[in-house]
Write a protein of this length. Sequence first.
Length: 127
Amino acid sequence: MHSRSPRNEKPLHWVASSKRDLLQFPDKVVDNIGYALGVVQFGGHPPSAKPWKGLGPGVSEIMADDASGTFRAVYTVRFRRAIYVLHAFQKKSPSGIRTTQRDVELIGERLKAAKRDYEARYGKEAD
């Protein structure tokens, strides 16, 4: 038997350790972020998502809180045929607002890696 995804569901690709990192979060957080990513795969915009500042349009973050802290998953919808999860992390900033520079740089690097992967899998998109 051959299994296929529904027509309008985009595949979800995980960059570097993003999936492994997400699976280390509390179960409730994993469930909430997983559900939100499913909404994104079908072209929706989950209420827990907001634009990620600094990398331009098409990059967003999903937020989930738990008694143990605040968690984020950053993804991009810049590519026509797939969704890429760039990073999953627990927000540990002492100020409570600012994301660490290390996380910001990592997301930028992984966006570039996602573009290379996308072009290898699907070819270049016309601008």
